[in-house]
Design a protein. Structure first.
Lengths: 209, 731
């Protein structure tokens, strides 16, 4: 009896050691056609948003730094606000995420950020503050802008650059293929997204470090 | 009359007001090329009809600012030149000097600092009239970045005289020559081939006198390889293999690896001519790599000094196993075994040998089980290393329970069976004695795993890169080494006779040994605490209580003295209560650690580990000390108390400007496992000191003294701010 207790305990030890050690999952950058990882961030008005709140809707994540010339190209020309307005009218949730660390370019206190956004004409649903870069790193956001499109099932259907011509030149916007537009239009029409990833281009995200 | 001037006044005001935004804009873009200047320079003073010549956009950048190569890397933008040439002229592509690697936070970009010359060949028409002048015009566009980026442009212009013969411009001759030396080009006697390998790539280089390390491939196109992933170099005679990780943005269309291969600082790809720092690579992908990369990695050892042959590794494993016996976490269990031997010293040699053999078998079999598990999981792609069991709170909880149970038993709360504890009894129960010997071996192995003894780290690191058979033989050697003293002891009667004679002192000794057991349990609770919430700790303590209850029941109604219903009832209670204890412990293990658990509660001067952070610091020329540690690693904790936290050592770190980084492996962390693997290690502790001048890292021994660390720091070259330009780039 007592001996069998010994053996049972030891067997348990080995089995438990083997099985429990490997429950944690490695956190790699999300891949397209895989679930987009959930996160919770506070917006510039103090409201918390989780990705999971928007289940059932398309969600666009846009990495934002207003002082980056590549971002300036899309706000200065009115292109980004136009896209935001167009797709929000179709029920898409547009979240701009600022992963600039305090003290680095693109980071502003919430009030200033709101003022700046008004000046830039931003029409997104919310600007989310990610000063520690947690969500930026989680998604592997490299540049501003860096775009992610998530479908109503929570699957990432596009990640990468906003369009096909990496430049700061406003004139290139019309020439370029906008991959976010392509992905959203295709997915909403039940078609396959032709370009699922493209190299992101822009300024580096100003992570803490 | 007065109306007119007023109207005019209003109009002027209105006009001014309307222009204000324009004026404001003009203000901010006052300088079209902030922090940088571009000019167009020519290698020739005069040009001849139809004879190509070279010009260059010369880009001078302020300290701390940089522009980008044709592939900017993770962020940034390549410089471009838009030509406006007289009729009949044509311009070639930009001839890019090799870039340098820039680290921007966690990202990697490729570009130029200080000054660069982007050369372009211009071909004039054949029908140029000698004696006339031609003006070449272009617009240069570039991105100038420090920690922030600004777009810049310049209108470039140069006027050249047409003559029958072209004449060089001596002013720029050396600048053009120097720039040409920076152009990537093939090297005589060096061949490059590229292969796919598991979705990633391998570059194979063949040639004489190739560098062993410090090779860096810079892709010429964006969607090929990851810019941030390490590029381990493996050696095999005159061949070098560089493993390259595919970009997460690769679209599978990569047909060739094109780009630049840099050697270590100051390396030249050719010995016959002046500097040749960059090798041009244009290698079509030729199918799947057929060699065994992990075997190559083992043979080359990415840090060169730690590579071991199989026999060497077996030897080290054996010695490591021997040393495991001296580790604080093994000692109590081992003491028990010695007690057992002393008790049985009157036995026939044959029986004693069997006990020794069974103990050894217990040790070796446990090593096999653990190693098999480890190998199987690594084969399945898990990033784990030695000591991995201790990263599981469930395992820790059960271990703690086990230690409490053994402690209670030793302290005399209850008796387990007869043979094990009835000290002084001359009736030995052979069968139970044998299984006990085996189980003691198992127990000793389980508790030994966190104590990666000196040298064992290297042996295990090699083992994990070897074939399964070789790896298992390493683990076998380890187990044999650990069991060897007892096998020897049990098979040499002369030694056995020198053990003290059994007597009442053994009971005292046994009870005393309960305390190291409880101490070990306390330590395990502390480790457990790092992994789970405080609720989990409370549940585990509750499990201890239940175990105590079960022990009391066993002791109050011992097996030999109760019968029938009492036996049934008491044993039912014990079973239920023990099951409850196990359930509580596992429940506690399931509670989530508080979110902040990743940042170790430790001292402010230690930063937590990230590969990017280390790479950044190293490229900044900052000396870095990395403490690979875990809460469950006792050696690590001892080193921390006795050495790393002492004032003298801290002061020395401070004096040398060493950045302290703690890689906490208490919970699973793939990044740290990978970093350990780069040093051929699969366990902690590991202490790495990067001198900061780009030379090879120094590995300190696994048992530290302040003097060892101070000596290592003493040897640090004084390289602070050696490279202010790079250091400035990172705020």
């Amino acid at each position: 009896m007592t001996r069998s207790l010994w053996i049972t305990t030891l067997a348990l030890l080995l089995i438990a050691g083997g099985t429990l050690a490997f429950q944690a999952e490695p956190a790699d950058d999300p891949e397209v056609n895989a679930p987009a990882p959930d996160f919770t961030l506070t917006d510039t008005n103090g409201t918390e948003h989780s990705l999971s709140d928007f289940e059932g809707q398309y969600v666009v994540l846009e990495w934002l730094n207003f002082d980056c010339p590549f971002v300036g190209k899309f706000y200065g020309s009115g292109e980004m606000p136009r896209l935001q307005e167009t797709y929000r009218d179709q029920g898409v949730v547009w979240l701009s995420i600022v992963s600039s660390a305090p003290g680095t370019q693109g980071h502003f206190p919430p009030d200033e950020m709101n003022a700046r956004n008004e000046q830039e004409g931003g029409q997104q649903d919310a600007i989310l503050m990610d000063p520690e870069g947690t969500v930026g790193q989680m998604y592997g956001a490299q540049t501003t802008p860096h775009m992610y499109v998530i479908n109503p099932e929570g699957t990432l259907i596009y990640k990468g650059g906003i369009d096909s011509i990496p430049s700061t030149n406003v004139d290139d916007i019309d020439e370029a293929t906008n991959y976010v537009v392509e992905a959203l239009d295709a997915a909403m029409n039940g078609e396959e997204v032709a370009t699922q990833t493209a190299p992101p281009y822009g300024c580096s995200v100003k992570y803490a470090g | 009359m007065s109306h007119v001037p007023r109207t005019v006044g209003y109009s002027v005001l209105l006009l001014l007001w309307m222009m204000m935004p324009l004026l404001a804009t003009a203000q901010s873009t006052d300088d079209p090329s902030p922090h940088s200047e571009a000019t167009l320079v020519s290698e020739v003073e005069t040009i001849a009809p139809g004879e190509p010549f070279t010009v260059a956009m010369r880009l001078q950048m302020d300290d701390g600012w940089h522009s980008y190569w044709k592939n900017a890397g993770d962020s940034g933008l390549a410089t471009s030149i838009d030509w406006d040439l007289p009729e009949g002229f044509s311009a070639g592509d930009i001839q890019w000097p090799h870039p340098t690697v820039k680290e921007e936070g966690p990202l990697v970009t490729y570009g130029y600092s200080n000054e660069t010359m982007l050369m372009v060949d211009i071909t004039p028409p054949n029908d140029l009239e000698p004696g006339t002048e031609v003006t070449l015009e272009a617009r240069g566009d570039w991105l100038i970045c420090a920690d922030i980026c600004l777009p810049a442009h310049a209108d470039l212009e140069t006027t050249l005289l047409v003559e029958r013969e072209a004449r060089a411009d001596t002013e720029w001759a050396s600048a053009f020559a120097d720039t040409r030396a920076q152009h990537p080009r093939p090297a005589e006697g060096v061949s490059v081939q590229a292969y796919r390998s598991d979705g990633s790539f391998v570059l194979e280089l063949e040639g004489e006198a190739l560098p062993d390390d410090g090779l860096r491939f810079i892709p010429g196109e964006k969607r090929t390889i990851s810019n941030t992933a390490p590029q381990p170099v493996m050696r095999d005679g005159n061949t070098r293999y560089v493993a390259l990780q595919a970009s997460e943005y690769a679209d599978g269309s990569t047909e060739a690896l094109r780009g630049v291969l840099l050697g270590p600082d100051g390396f030249s790809w050719s010995d016959n001519e002046a500097p040749h720092p960059a090798l041009a690579v244009d290698a079509p992908l030729e199918g799947e790599f057929t060699g065994d990369l992990s075997a190559l990695a083992e043979a080359s050892g990415s840090t060169s000094s730690t590579s071991l042959s199989l026999w060497g590794a077996l030897g080290f494993a054996f010695i490591g196993g021997l040393l495991l016996n001296l580790m604080p976490c093994v000692f109590p269990v081992i003491s028990l075994k010695i007690l057992g031997f002393a008790k049985k010293s009157g036995e026939q040699p044959r029986i004693m040998r069997r006990h020794g053999g069974l103990f050894a078998a217990g040790v070796v079999v446990s090593f096999w089980v653990l190693a098999g598990l480890l190998l199987a999981l690594r084969a399945a792609g898990e990033q784990i290393g030695w000591g991995f069991q201790l990263q599981s709170p469930g395992f820790i909880a059960l271990m703690a329970l086990l230690f409490v149970g053994i402690g209670l038993n030793l302290a005399g709360l209850f008796e387990l069976g007869m043979g094990m504890t009835s000290v002084g009894s001359d009736v030995q129960q052979k069968a139970s004695g044998y299984s006990e010997s085996f189980l003691t071996g198992v127990l000793a192995t389980i508790v030994a795993t966190p104590c990666t003894a000196p040298l064992m780290g290297a042996a295990l690191g090699v083992a994990l890169t070897m074939s399964a058979v070789e790896a298992m033989s390493i683990f076998t050697a380890l187990g044999v080494g650990m069991a060897a003293p007892y096998v020897v002891l049990s098979s040499v009667p002369a030694l056995l006779n020198r053990l003290p004679k059994p007597g009442p002192w053994m009971e005292t000794m046994k009870q005393l040994l309960a305390f190291p057991m409880f101490a070990t349990a306390l330590w395990l609770v502390w480790v457990f605490w790092q992994q789970v919430s405080i609720d989990g700790v409370a549940l585990l303590l509750g499990a201890f209580l239940l175990l105590g209850l079960a022990g009391w029941v066993l002791g109050r109604w011992p097996a030999m003295q109760v019968e029938g219903r009492t036996w049934m009832a008491s044993r039912a209670v014990v079973t239920t209560v023990v099951a409850g204890a196990l359930a509580l412990a596992l429940l506690g293990a399931g509670t989530k650690a508080p979110a902040s658990a990743s940042g170790s509660p430790a001292d402010a001067e230690w930063q937590s580990f990230s590969t990017e952070q280390v790479d950044t610091l190293r490229s900044d020329g900052t000396p870095v000390f990395i403490d690979f540690t875990a809460a469950w690693c006792l050696t690590c904790q001892v080193n921390k108390r006795t050495t790393l936290s002492t004032e003298s050592v801290q002061q020395a770190f401070d004096d040398k400007g060493v950045t302290l980084i703690r890689a906490d492996w208490t919970n699973r962390n793939d990044e740290i496992t990978q970093a350990l693997a780069e040093f051929n290690r699969s366990g902690v502790p590991l202490y790495v000191l990067y001198p900061g001048d780009g030379s090879d890292p120094v590995l300190l021994p696994e048992v530290l003294t302040p003097q060892i660390v101070l000596d290592a720091l003493e040897n640090l070259p004084d390289t602070r701010n050696d490279n202010p330009e790079l250091a400035d780039q990172r705020p």
